[in-house]
Design a protein around this ligand. Structure first.
Ligand SMILES: Nc1nc2c(ncn2[C@@H]2O[C@H](COP(=O)(O)OP(=O)(O)O)[C@@H](O)[C@H]2O)c(=O)[nH]1
Ligand SMILES: [Mg+2]
Length: 403
């Protein structure tokens, strides 16, 4: 499953974001190092489902369809707070960084109110510059990769020279545990001018670090959730962050706590609310206390009306669809009825990396499907698609195999 890592300093709101996104209760407390074990859970990205386009009633199996929106599962990990110099092992740093190995994309939860210092200690809102947190996190992840590479750099170069193999392959082998792909390494090597083994051999720390920065951008891309947008002091900070980080980061104003309040109320049947929506409806006012109504109204006025949504769903969606450019594919066995062999309509929605071909997709479902692959069929046009057809977002396809 595609994995999203939540990162940031203590008390930025990672666990609250995690609880909201997964609606799993985890310990939420106002002091550092509350979360020692990284929490893993299932959250969802949300798309407009194809059921309405085909005008069918679907029977989702691997995902959920609510009011025409398909919610597709992703794995979310809540990593305990990063403190400065975590890469040197400070504050259980390495352990936390290790938790990010498998992450495809990171959501950096930043306290946009400026109400926590760099170690996560409480301050009055407005006392800390959240832009500093962005730079700090970049540095931590960069130094983490750098120290791993630096330690073995000469050995790796020698190995590439002796074996006569490409440096990128040797590096990919070394970094495979970090979830760094060969393509990312090739791209970063070429952009840092280290493709040439002689240049790589002579590279100093600065040059290696430059390569590492590029590598981090490709292999662990980051989206910024400017959290606590419900606090008044956040407004100016968010404007500054958006301006300063423009072109470099996607910044999403977020109020994790508001999303948690709304999801809990919706789960309890008190309100009608779908994640990502810009409003909610109170179902039965009599069941709510004055305090609960006030809290909900506060969220409506200070978050939903002001920012458009709580930002939690948008953060997940944009990380998956805008940063990773993930494509959703609906496989079916009957291209007319859009069913699987049990007769279920549009049962599954798969998240696949951009550039995935029809035959590769068959392999993601089952290795046997790939072996016996003949062609695919586009359920919209009923046309045959060749093995090397590159899947498009929301394709509905049937895989045809040899007997
Ligand atoms: N006002 C406000 N407070 C929040 C928000 N998200 C989290 N918090 C509070 O910030 C504190 C730390 O949250 P937590 O999720 O434990 O942070 P973590 O250490 O990053 O996991 C708690 O007191 C939360 O209630 C938010 O969106 N708005
Ligand atoms: Mg936490």
């Amino acid at each position: 499953m595609l994995q999203i890592g939540l990162v940031g300093k203590p008390n930025a709101g990672k666990s609250t974001f995690f609880s909201a996104a997964t609606l799993v209760d985890v310990k939420i407390a106002p002091y550092p190092f509350t979360t020692i074990e990284a929490n893993k859970g299932v959250g969802y990205v949300k798309i407009k489902c194809v059921c309405s386009e085909f005008n069918v009633q679907d029977n989702p199996v691997n995902s959920k369809c609510i009011r025409g929106f398909r919610f597709i599962p992703v794995e979310i990990i809540d990593v305990a707070g990063l403190v400065p110099d975590a890469w040197k092992g400070r504050g259980l740093g390495n352990r936390f960084l290790d938790e990010l190995r498998r992450a495809d994309v990171l959501i950096h939860v930043v306290d946009a109110s400026g109400g926590t210092d760099e170690e996560g200690r409480k301050l009055r809102p407005g006392q800390h510059d959240p832009l500093k947190d962005v730079a700090f996190l970049e540095k931590e992840v960069d130094m983490w990769i750098f120290q791993i590479l630096k330690k073995d750099w000469n050995t790796l170069i020698k190995k590439a020279t002796i074996l006569g193999s490409e440096l990128s392959r040797i590096l990919a082998e070394r970094l495979s545990g970090l979830g760094v792909k060969l393509g990312h390494i090739q791209q970063a090597l070429s952009e840092s001018g280290l493709e040439d083994i002689k240049k790589a051999r002579d590279a100093g720390d600065e040059k290696i670090l430059f390569f590492v920065k590029l590598l981090r951008q490709y292999s662990k891309p980051i989206l910024i959730a400017a959290n606590k947008c419900d606090i008044p002091q956040s407004e100016d900070n968010i404007k500054i962050m958006m301006k300063e980080l423009k072109g470099k980061y996607i910044v999403i104003p977020t109020s994790s706590i508001s999303e948690l309040v709304l999801r809990k109320a919706a789960k309890a049947g008190l309100i009608e609310y779908l994640p990502g929506e810009s409003d909610f409806k109170i179902l039965d006012e009599k069941k709510l206390s004055r305090k609960q109504i006030d809290a909900l109204e506060y969220v409506r006025e200070n978050v939903l009306k002001k920012w458009g949504s709580t930002g939690v769903q948008e953060s997940l969606n944009r990380a998956v669809f805008d940063i990773l450019e993930t494509v959703v594919v609906f496989p079916v066995e009957n291209e007319y009825k859009l069913t699987d062999h049990h007769g279920r309509v549009l049962p599954d929605a798969f998240l696949v990396p951009p550039g995935t071909t029809a035959k590769e997709f068959a392999g993601l479902i089952h290795s046997d499907l790939q072996k016996k692959f003949m062609h695919a069929v586009d359920a919209r046009t009923k046309r045959k698609l060749p093995a090397n057809y590159v899947l498009k977002h929301k394709d509905v396809i049937k895989i045809v195999t040899r007997r």
